[in-house]
Design a protein around this ligand. Structure first.
Ligand code: NDP
Ligand code: 2IT
Length: 445
């Protein structure tokens, strides 16, 4: 690593010693930026990396809400506004009991380069809360969302910061958040994306992350003489990203044999029946183990990491961070995996990523491969500004072009900087160059 990047990373580790996920994301990025930093000695004088690793702003706040028994509950809310060099802060909100500052910072940090790769004018941000939506009634979720927005509204806006969904935040939550924002501010504006189609949402946003992941994986495989058609696929998770990755990969001729949730996984050698999964997850909000009641030929196994022991050609981790460790990666490699596409954010540990790359597995890193969601979010912002809605085909075609464009950028940057085929480095470098140039142009801010 260059002396400068190393120095910044060491400083970051000291100042954020209690933030392992943030350190992990920063280590991966700063390590791969060495050749860029070596070529641009002006970055050091401009304190560019020191500024880049420090969020422009972090907001943490109390979220009191009243449960169905009338008792007051309190959660902690976050919004990290990381970098606005190339556009207003943009990134999802996560509701999960594991949420803390380290997780929101790693997600916001990843988002800067992801959003840059889309080619659209969006900066990086992320937010959320340690609220657990599981087992809560619709009214409890609504009261939480209203209270969360009652504090958040003062920091966001269609031209300043535009949140969206992530784990635990889908159409229902975005609706409640939007209603409260409008009520407080009186503004009917594109302050959130992932909105319902009746109030400013974009067609194809629901599908965008999963579909985009498959477009990226297909482009990567094609460039390396391989194809999705005829492959066996394992997808972890059974939420928004996993479901629409399944839908698109199946349309491309792949067969998905396993999906999971945080309790366990189902294996269906005949190919997962996606209609059953959608009914369980999108309509009934139940557990994946219900699948075997509808499809008795399938099997359910407790524990989610076992899913990586199932032989497959393509693995698409679409659940959460660090869900594939080195051991799981080695199991996938031993069973002949040829491509890994990260639908979730940072689902592979650094050791797992290294194992895949050392074994010659085609590896599509999250910030490139899952950028389709935020890309269509940016298209939703465009439509809101235009006061127009595009057709599904129009949005989907733009999504395809954007994902192919991201693959090309990552591929070309990897070649130009001497690491051909390393899409991790390629994506980091291509995303970073645009942000760095914008930061330099705007002076020491
Ligand atoms: P959902 O809430 O719709 O689904 C999340 C899925 O992952 C569920 O199956 C959930 O299981 C599982 N999961 C969540 N946390 C854990 C955990 N700690 N351990 C094991 N499994 C877990 O979220 P999304 O599909 O939207 O998000 C999935 C991933 O994709 C996340 O990493 C997110 O950051 C990333 N992403 C999402 C985008 C989007 O547009 N939604 C865009 C880009 C990336 P359970 O129900 O049991 O909790
Ligand atoms: O991680 C992500 O890119 C998202 N959760 C989507 C963010 C967005 O603004 O659509």
């Amino acid at each position: 690593m260059s002396d400068y990047a190393l120095k910044v990373l060491e400083g970051l580790k000291q100042r954020n010693a209690d933030q392992p996920e943030f350190i992990q994301a920063a280590t991966e990025i700063l390590t791969t930026l060495k050749p860029v930093v070596d070529r641009h000695p002006e970055y050091e004088k401009a304190g560019l990396l020191e500024r880049y690793v420090e969020p422009e702003r972090v907001v943490m706040f109390r979220v009191p809400w009243i449960d169905d028994e009338g008792k007051v509950q309190v959660n902690r809310g976050y919004r990290v506004q990381f970098n606005s060099a190339i556009g207003p802060y943009k990134g999802g909100l996560r509701l999960h009991p594991s949420v803390n500052l380290s997780i929101i910072k790693f997600l916001g940090f990843e988002q800067i380069l992801k959003n840059s790769l889309t080619g659209l004018p969006i900066g990086g941000g992320k937010g959320g809360s340690d609220f657990d939506p599981k087992g809560k009634s619709d009214n409890e979720v609504m009261r939480f969302c209203q209270s969360f927005m009652t504090e958040l509204y003062r920091y966001i806006g269609a031209d300043t910061d535009v949140p969206a969904g992530d784990i635990g935040v889908g159409g229902r939550e975005i609706g409640y958040l939007y209603g409260q924002y409008k009520r407080i501010t009186g503004l009917y504006e594109g302050v959130l994306t992932g909105k319902g189609l009746t109030y400013g949402g974009s067609l194809a946003r629901t599908q965008a992350t999963g579909y985009g992941l498959c477009y990226f994986v297909q482009a990567m495989m094609k460039a390396n003489g391989k194809e999705v058609n005829g492959s066996t696929v394992v997808i972890s998770g059974s939420g928004n990203v996993a479901i629409y990755a399944n839908e698109k990969i199946t349309q491309m001729g792949g067969k998905v044999v396993a999906m999971s949730d945080s309790n366990g996984y189902v294996y269906d050698p005949n190919g997962i029946d996606l209609a059953v999964v959608k009914q369980i997850k999108e309509v009934e909000r139940k557990r994946i183990k219900e699948y075997v009641k509808a499809v008795p030929t399938a099997t359910y196994t407790e524990g989610c990491s076992g899913i990586w022991s199932i032989p497959c050609d393509i693995a698409l981790p679409c659940a959460t961070q660090n869900e594939i460790n080195e051991e799981s990666a080695k199991l996938l490699i031993a069973n002949g995996v040829t491509a890994v596409g990260e639908g979730a954010n940072m689902p592979s540990t650094i050791e797992a990523t290294k194992a895949f790359q050392a074994a010659g597995v085609l590896f599509a890193p999250a910030k490139a491969a899952n950028a389709g969601g935020v890309a269509v979010s940016a298209l939703e912002m465009s439509q809101n500004s235009l006061r127009l809605s595009w057709t599904f085909e129009e949005v989907d075609n733009r999504l395809k072009d954007i994902m192919l464009g991201i693959f090309q950028k990552a591929d070309e940057a990897a070649k130009e900087y001497g690491v051909p085929g390393d899409y991790v480095a390629g994506a980091n470098i291509a995303g970073f160059l645009k942000v760095a140039e914008a930061m330099l142009a705007q002076g020491a801010v």
